[in-house]
Design a protein around this ligand. Structure first.
Ligand code: GCB
Length: 877
């Protein structure tokens, strides 16, 4: 053959086939009807579309618990007469947590586990050219055989991910097992010089005839150029499966995939009858050329170079929607994560929607994906089988995504055992033995199903994992460390990590969770643990960041957590929500998000903290100004700050943070932070209360009693300023102590205060105070006092073992006191628990005339137990 002809043959060989998806794949998200019941009643169907959950509201209301039971879905499915002879599949991307599918009242199949996809062949059950009744019985009821058994997140029930109908040729890729994409792509050899691609899969021939088939994989570059074609011809006997495998020749200088350059190739694999042009089935797979490893001393490597993993964990729910998110919202999350400069995401604590993995491939985010074996296991064959099956499903469903580098299978699996003090040694040892057995099975399954990926497990801070040896099973250990929140100080992190590294020098470790809770309504100049201020949150994150970066052996860190998320049993500053997010539940960034954005940027940057706190109320000093902290984040050497054009200070950052005292003035304060290459500005509007309350005109003052924080009500715009001891001429408390929750040693009740959305105002309080004083000018005042009885058991019948103490117990639980205003007795026997119940927001308003320059004094007169106050507002009438 002449050279020219050879060249022509080659270019023909490399030309893309006319590739149109041969299958019909259509979404079935619309037109469903739903009933929250065990036994559907034909009159009570409510129209819904999926994604749908039945817990979007009840997991956030004041009633404890949320519906965990059965829900029924139904919809009509018209099946085209022309589809006769084709194969029909129903694909569910995720139903929490068991699903039983029926067509025309016949059971088609059942799936266990709420976070992986499943697919059923419905061809034998449908009537062609006619309507069909599709029903799905879903349950999120507790089931000891299906993980997760319990965890710090809400188990929303429902068909909460997309549903698809696929109409396929009887000769097709065998995808229904584990609902896989059916074609597996990997790179048996890859370097910057060259790479080979392996494509394997299974073809199913359901025609009843033996067929000779051609499977063809076309590899397209990120620019869409066809770079390689693989062909395989083979015979598949009737009604049987046949595996195939093709390996490419080395491809020269592949464009590598990485967080900085997520070059994504595409592999389009088709099957056709040999000697026929028409394609019977086709699958598109992502392909990234990358390689990685973990080293116990040098951390994580990607494409031969060390890469510190900087990222976060992500739960899948969203304010108002529960877990039923449209893909657009999943996408938006990952764009925000990328914009923060993260290169790593841990999908906690379960496999997430297919769209999530696609986004991570596209954006260049390295992924740790895991199955939800959280806190404890059930020691049973069925539980083990369900775990193994989930891990198989997860791996098969996400195998082709270059973003996935780690597969996890347990999170803090000994946390219940570590706290179960009453267990006998033999029961404890038995549980440990069984948990280790499950870990080994899951680990070896993962290694064999996903060679090349790293196996990983996350641990809580407890010696049990090292003592039992479970921490030696996976290839990577993630530590979930909350020093500076659940105990210790945030500066303790490095010491702990160094000790682990010294004692286990061959172990690859990373920080898989860390971080305190915060509420954008709470701000302070004096951050403290458990105050939920944004300031405490970013200070601890910054310290952690630097402690990890200083240690090359730590592979990286994943903050807990990208966004606030639903955890029904919690009582953070917003009940039912875990508020450790870097962004709010609705994705509004918190300061700490901007901190990471600055630190992750390769270009010089500076950002002023306080974007959620631009309208402030301050108490002026004798010069009419008010000095407060301004915090700035920078990756540069020095920051200079100006306020309304006036130089304030120049300073170097510590852990990426610069803190300056700024004398704020009444009205707008334009802050401008400047580094040699970057700047940022923020306008802070200040309402000034004169220090001497009689100076100037007095309007209103609101105090967040018992708290170091300003509380900002987002609806009314009101600020409740931090508490202070009484200062003559001004205001403050007299006597008493800050209330501390006994169980949490926290500054607040850590309880849901019913009847309000301003929980933080009521959660913090002073106990035992004698009075609250305001040296206000004469006049008529409306005084509003805020209270909540923090003792959840107060007022309830008590189980009293020691009868002789009965009277004392009752008195302790039923505190009562009197209230007087400037010596005028207003209320006696004020008894919160008796009159309102515990943990209820109570407001009491009084009108008071202040005369003769005596100021206003609210006195609390103890009768039983300690007096109490959560907040106080004084308004001049
Ligand atoms: C953890 C858990 C995570 C919790 C988190 C927390 O260690 O792995 O599921 O949500 O702590 O906020 O306490």
């Amino acid at each position: 053959m002449s050279r020219r002809l050879l060249g022509l043959a080659f270019s023909l060989f490399l030309s893309a086939s006319i590739w149109a998806a041969p299958v019909i794949k259509t979404s079935l998200n619309s037109g469903w009807f739903f009933q929250q019941t065990d036994h559907p009643d034909s009159t009570k169907w409510e129209p819904v579309n999926v994604p749908h959950t039945w817990n979007a509201k009840d997991a956030f209301d004041d009633q404890p618990g949320y519906y965990r039971g059965t829900g029924w879905y139904r919809r009509n499915l018209y099946v085209d007469a022309g589809w006769k002879g084709q194969k029909l599949f129903l694909d569910f991307e995720g139903v929490n947590k068991t699903a039983t599918v029926f067509i025309n009242e016949q059971k088609v199949g059942e799936h266990k586990g709420g976070y992986t996809a499943f697919s059923f062949d419905i061809s034998p059950y449908v009537h062609y050219g006619s309507d069909n009744d599709l029903r799905v019985e879903v349950s999120n009821a507790p089931d000891p055989q299906i993980p997760p058994l319990e965890a710090d997140f809400t188990f929303y029930g429902g068909i909460y991910r997309d549903v698809w109908l696929k109409v396929d040729n009887p000769i097709h890729f065998a995808f229904s097992k584990y609902a896989t994409p059916a074609v597996y792509v990997n790179t048996p050899q890859v370097s910057a010089e060259s790479a080979q691609v392996k494509v394997r899969g299974t073809v199913r021939n359901e025609t009843g005839k033996t067929n000779r088939l051609l499977v063809r994989s076309e590899i397209f570059s990120p620019e869409g150029k066809l770079v390689e074609v693989l062909n395989k011809v083979f015979t598949v006997r009737r009604n049987s499966d046949r595996d195939f495998e093709m390996v490419s020749k080395p491809l020269n200088k592949p464009q590598l995939w990485s967080p900085d350059a997520p070059n994504l190739y595409t592999v389009k694999t088709t099957v056709q009858l040999y000697h026929s042009d028409s394609i019977l089935d086709g699958v598109e797979s992502p392909l990234g050329f990358r390689w990685f490893k973990a080293d116990p001393n040098l951390g994580f490597f990607l494409n031969g170079k060390p890469l510190k993993l900087h990222g976060l964990n992500r739960h899948q729910d969203f304010a108002g929607l529960g877990n039923a998110l449209p893909n657009d919202l999943h996408k938006k999350d990952f764009e925000l994560i990328k914009k923060m400069g993260a290169n790593f995401v841990r999908l906690a604590h379960y496999p997430q929607a297919p769209e999530v993995y696609r986004e991570c491939d596209r954006l260049g985010l390295l992924v740790w994906s895991e199955i939800p074996v959280v806190n404890e296991i059930t020691e049973s064959k069925e539980f083990t089988e369900n775990c193994l099956n989930m891990q198989r499903e997860q791996i098969h469903q996400t195998y082709n995504h270059p973003s996935v580098v780690m597969y996890g299978y347990m999170n803090e699996v000994f946390i219940r055992l570590a706290y179960a003090k009453q267990l006998s040694d033999s029961v404890r040892n038995w549980k440990i033995k069984n948990t280790l057995k499950l870990a080994r099975e899951l680990d070896s399954l993962t290694r064999s199903e996903a060679p090349g990926r790293l196996t990983v497990m996350a641990l809580h801070q407890n010696p049990i994992y090292n003592k039992t040896g479970i921490a030696d099973i996976p290839q990577v250990i993630g530590w979930n460390l909350y020093m500076g929140w659940y105990g210790g100080k945030y500066t303790d992190l490095g010491t702990f990590l160094d000790k682990q590294h010294a004692e286990h020098p061959n172990r690859c470790i990373m920080l898989s969770e860390y971080g305190p809770g915060s509420d954008v309504r709470l701000h302070t100049d004096h951050p403290e643990v458990w105050d939920y201020s944004e300031e405490y949150q970013f200070l601890s994150h910054a310290s952690y960041r630097f402690q990890v970066d200083e240690r090359p052996y730590v592979m990286g860190m994943a903050a807990w957590i990208f966004a606030d998320f639903g955890s029904e049993g919690r009582a953070d500053a917003i009940p039912h929500i875990n508020q450790k997010g870097l962004v709010k539940y609705n994705r509004t960034p918190k300061d700490v998000y901007h901190y990471y954005q600055v630190m992750n940027d390769k270009l010089p940057r500076v950002a002023i903290a306080g974007t959620n706190y631009t309208n402030r109320t301050y108490v002026a000093d004798e010069n009419g100004k008010s000095k407060h902290q301004v915090w700035m984040f920078t990756n540069s050497g020095q920051v200079t700050l100006y306020r309304n054009g006036e130089w304030i200070n120049s300073q170097k950052p510590v852990d990426g943070i610069v803190k300056m005292q700024v004398p704020f003035v009444s009205g707008p304060n334009k802050l401008l932070a400047v580094t040699d290459m970057a700047e940022d500005s923020l306008v802070v509007n200040v309402k000034m209360i004169p220090r001497k309350l009689t100076a100037g005109e007095f309007h209103t003052i609101r105090v967040n009693v018992g708290s170091n924080c300003n509380f900002h009500n987002e609806l009314t715009g009101e600020n409740w300023i931090p508490d202070q001891p009484y200062q003559p001429g001004s205001f403050g408390y007299v006597g008493g102590d800050i209330y501390h929750s006994v169980s949490w040693k926290a500054l607040s009740t850590q309880s849901n205060i019913k009847g309000t959305d301003d929980d933080p105002l009521y959660q913090t309080m002073r106990e035992g105070l004698e009075s609250y004083r305001f040296d206000v000018p004469d006049g008529c005042y409306k005084v509003t006092l805020l209270f909540a009885e923090p003792n959840s058991k107060a007022g309830q019948p008590q189980l009293i073992y020691n009868l002789s103490n009965e009277e004392n117990e009752q008195k302790a639980n039923l505190r009562s006191f009197g209230i007087s205003m400037n010596g005028e007795h207003e209320v006696g026997h004020f008894n919160l628990a008796r009159d309102y119940g515990a943990l209820r927001a109570v407001k009491k308003t009084f009108m008071v005339n202040v005369k003769k320059g005596e100021g206003l004094s609210v006195q609390f007169l103890p009768e039983h137990g300690k007096t109490l106050l959560s907040g106080i507002r004084i308004e001049k009438r």
